[in-house]
Ligand binder design. Structure first.
Ligand code: UT7
Length: 329
């Protein structure tokens, strides 16, 4: 058995400058600040410019995390990008980012697990380090979901935002706990509840797919809502139990930021008090794979996340997939 452990040694994020408020959306859509803020907790989101893609945001976050860690791009062993809005189907956004940051030659691949992608990617990076296959892995959640949205569909258009967050994983020092464990899962029966149907090999782009607006994200909001509140609680409880921790031991709970009602309901079911729950959904909306690293970065800056804290992170989304991670910061 390997005794090597991994830890997150630095975090870096980037969000586009353009702020779009609920009132801005109400000018184009039959919606209101009142509906959006009470049903979701979102007040504004960042939206990328025309021509700005996931790798542009991801590369900015990557440069920031490397700068924070004092690590040169050439010292990386692997770059993993989690995204549901990659620049293209291939080459991978990770490959494009490696070129943009000057990490040519570094292994790079994308991982597809919708909004759960960041937690899945973290678990893969952890395995690379624990097994001794890598010493420095960059995990990036990079999203320009605004380009995948049907802006005439009020049910989805108001929910999402753009952004990127990157973390550097390195071996933990002797005696450091670092990443403790993961719980990952997937329910394929819910595959149709949240998807982007066309543009792949099942429904290649055609005049029909464009006319039927199948190149945009589709979601059965109510089903995903029910699924999310259930799996956040189930996955977190399992992980805590398996790793020998109690819910009271958790210092900070960082769930995927999709809806404040999901976050509050899940925290209540788990028995985590509001002061231990971190959320910045109000200002960014749902940034999919970027949401958890955006929270980690802000929580640390605000002094809400300190060295030695027990951190519980949970993601969920298309698949329908879920994943939780417990770590000592
Ligand atoms: O990253 C993971 C993926 N996403 C999620 O986790 C999202 C999970 N789901 C949700 O967050 C919620 O289900 C939504 C925010 C999407 C919707 O909230 P809801 O309370 O489940 O509303 P609903 O879908 O039941 O719709 C209630 C009403 C409907 O009108 P009627 O049929 O009651 O007359 C909708 O047409 O609200 C209407 N509605 C809106 N009204 C104003 C839906 N979207 C809007 C809107 N503005 N933007």
């Amino acid at each position: 058995m390997s005794s090597r452990r991994a830890k997150i040694s630095a975090v870096g994020t980037f969000v586009p400058q353009r702020v779009v408020t609920n009132d801005d959306l109400s000018l184009e859509l039959d919606t209101s600040d009142e509906w959006i803020s009470t049903r979701t907790g979102i007040r504004e989101r960042r939206i990328a410019e025309n021509g700005e893609a996931a790798s542009d945001l991801g590369a900015r976050a990557a440069r920031r995390v490397l700068e924070a860690a004092g690590v040169a791009p050439g010292e990386l062993d692997l770059i993993i990008v989690a995204s549901l809005s990659p620049d293209m189907l291939f080459p991978s956004t990770a490959s494009l980012i490696s070129g943009a940051i000057g990490a040519e030659g570094t292994a790079a691949f994308d991982l597809s697990a919708a909004c759960t992608g960041f937690i899945y990617a973290l678990s893969v990076a952890n395995a690379f380090i624990v097994s001794g296959q890598a010493d420095r892995v960059l995990v990036i959640g990079a999203e320009v979901v605004s380009k995948m949205i049907d802006w005439s569909d009020r049910a989805t258009a108001v929910l999402f935002g753009d952004g990127a967050g990157a973390v550097l994983l390195e071996p933990a020092a002797d005696g450091e706990e670092g990443i403790i464990g993961f719980d990952l899962g997937n329910d394929p029966a819910g595959a149709g509840e949240l998807s982007l149907p066309a543009g792949g090999s099942r429904l290649p782009a055609s005049e029909e797919t464009v006319a039927e607006r199948l190149h945009f994200l589709r979601m059965n909001g109510r089903e995903v809502f029910r699924f999310a509140t259930r799996v956040i609680q189930a996955s977190s409880s399992q992980l805590l139990e398996r790793s020998g921790h109690r819910v009271e031991d958790v210092d900070i709970f960082v769930p995927h930021q999709a809806n404040i009602r999901i976050i509050d309901a899940a925290a209540r079911k788990l028995g985590i008090p509001p002061e231990k729950v971190f959320s910045n959904l109000e200002r960014y909306g749902n940034t999919s794979c970027a949401s958890i690293p955006l929270c980690l970065d802000e929580a640390e800056r605000e002094g809400r996340l300190k060295k030695g804290d027990l951190v519980l992170m949970v993601g969920f989304g298309g698949g329908l997939s879920w994943g939780s991670c417990l770590m000592r910061w």
